[in-house]
Write a protein that binds this ligand. Sequence first.
Ligand code: HSE
Length: 433
Amino acid sequence: MMRTRPLKVALLGCGVVGSEVARIMTTHADDLAARIGAPVELAGVAVRRPSKVREGIDPALITTDATALVKRGDIDVVIEVIGGIEPARTLITTAFEHGASVVSANKALLAEDGAALHAAAEQHGRDLYYEAAVAGAIPLVRPLRESLAGDKVNRVLGIVNGTTNFILDKMDTSGAGYSEALDEATALGYAEADPTADVEGFDAAAKAAILAGIAFHTRVRIGDVHREGITEVTAADIASARRMGCTVKLLAICERAADGQSVTARVHPAMIPLSHPLASVREAYNAVFVEAEAAGQLMFYGPGAGGAPTASAVLGDLVAVCRNKLNEAPGPGESAYTRLPVSPMGDVVTRYHISLDVADKPGVLAQVATVFAEQGVSIDTVRQKGRQDGGGEASLVVVTHRAPDAALSGTVEALRKLDTVRGVASIMRVEGE
Ligand code: HSE
């Protein structure tokens, strides 16, 4: 039976994503109503610039007073696509207090203050859905929260930032340096005028925090995530990766410790073998690999950004939240019962690729090998190439076996103190083997 009284939706933000949400709500109104069991009506749209022409949106719905909109009392669902911490946080909690459930795409806020928001939703008996906050159109939050709720996820490994994947892919395919590839990403509209959030890994770290929390049923905040961006990745690193049969990707990696007593979450560039499925994720696409005890390995792939793909995730949540409203019962909430601590980066165990510039003379290789041995880091391969410039220097590339990050840091510190080591050109982790 279709309910005739419509469910009322307030849209906070009408930029790239919000305008697509409004457009699809209008063009697919009949299908959405049939799937939900009641019509959904756009009841108000809060914007910063009311004079901007917004095609397909009744100007009477536009307001600059987002607070008044969420306080109206007749709003069933608030869609928050303004981003940032404030005023989004206050608007969301105000929405809960005034009877609305919330669909949000706000990764920064959820990664910073998700626990308080989930608690507020629960306290008021509302939903807080946020599929669009992680990897755009790719269904990931609800598969982890619902489909895999009976399994035990041990690892989530993925490419969750399209801008950096575009830049690294460009460097890999064309041999371009970082700046050149960033310029191209900017010219094509992948990178923003200020690319810091993407290239320094903040965006991916927020997503890693959200994914780790859902996957391991615990709380992980963005500050718990070890973060390194891609600004230091050089054309030489990419070439070196190629020689090893690898490529370089900015990875978000969330892992449960072997003893199950803690978790880690990190974002950094890493070499992965060309045979790994994530190596074939090109341009601005995202992909996430989930390893669960019973399910085995699952991979989720698709567009991680953009107006329409992100709107797809928002609308999926809107349908779910509206159904819950009609059933007068909120959907499955957050489960953070494990309360697992987040271990520091030093506890992470992985492999390393280290490039050194060294003096090319007898005994240097032995000296370097001794430093690794003293720190308990076992060497897998060494490649040395003398420079042809007559300067008596050589490039040394060492790939290690698995070792704790703290041991690797100790090794690098000790290597820097050797007179014969002129410089540590790069250190990169090797993942996915
Ligand atoms: N800027 C992000 C990216 C999309 O490049 O993937 C929004 O999270």
